[in-house]
Design a protein around this ligand. Structure first.
Ligand SMILES: C[S@@+](CC[C@H](N)C(=O)[O-])C[C@H]1O[C@@H](n2cnc3c(N)ncnc32)[C@H](O)[C@@H]1O
Length: 214
């Protein structure tokens, strides 16, 4: 299914508090360096249009949220959503999450990592391009504090099963997968993410799980 078109944020919106290019980030990504406070930090990888980032940050004002999105126009769109909502505890970064997790996130520092509907890369020879892979799951596990969470949702059964097997083998500290429930939508944007909305509106099954690090 092709992606829908994306609107540029209005030029009148000030994105300075909600948008950074990855080259302009501090060397360490923490609540202190990004938000100048010590609240728990959660990271979403591949935020797309930013529905999760805007709803979760409004619902949890005592946590900070960083969205990392490789497509700059989507990152800017998501930042525009945060700026319109005047969310002060959320920020978008345009860039690749992988090097940031390798170099910039202190060990055991994150409250949660969220990955929702990552690109499936169907062909076997392209599987290493998947955002959740053998290297990244180790990085996520290293970055999450004991008791913190890793959320993974997809509508691709093969990706879901491979991820669960890979985690059991490579990062047993994540423990057993905990199913997450589908919540009935009460309005047109009452979904976790835009891709969840799209899958559910087309009656495509969604596989949802979280891990809690021991
Ligand atoms: C299929 S979309 C899902 C978007 C959103 N999570 C949702 O559920 O609506 C996957 C997103 O991940 C982004 N992405 C892919 N690889 C990435 C990477 N290495 N770092 C950050 N974002 C990435 C893509 O640009 C795309 O916006």
């Amino acid at each position: 299914m092709p992606r829908s078109t994306i609107r540029r944020p209005s030029p009148e919106l000030d994105l300075s508090a909600h948008f950074r290019m990855s080259d302009d980030l501090p060397a360490e990504l923490t609540s202190q360096t990004l938000f100048q406070n010590d609240r728990p930090l959660e990271i979403e990888i591949g935020s797309g249009k930013g529905l999760f980032m805007s709803t979760v940050s409004q619902a949890n004002p005592l946590h900070n949220f960083l969205g990392i999105e490789i497509a700059t126009k989507y990152a800017r769109h998501a930042a525009g959503r945060l700026s319109s909502g005047q969310n002060t505890n959320a920020m978008m970064v345009a860039g690749n999450a992988e090097p940031l997790f390798q170099k910039s996130i202190p060990s055991e520092s994150l409250e949660a990592v969220h990955v929702y509907f990552p690109d499936p890369w169907w062909k076997k020879r392209h599987r290493k391009r998947r955002v959740v892979n053998e290297v990244s799951v180790r990085n996520y596990c290293q970055a999450i504090r004991s008791g913190g969470r890793f959320h993974f949702w997809t509508d691709v059964l093969d990706y879901f099963e491979m991820t669960i097997e890979m985690i059991a083998e490579l990062v047993p500290e994540f423990g057993v997968p905990i199913p997450e429930e589908e919540i009935e939508a009460t309005h047109d944007l009452d979904y976790h993410t835009h891709f969840e909305r799209r899958s559910r509106q087309h009656h495509i099954p969604v596989y949802r799980v979280r891990f809690e690090k021991r």
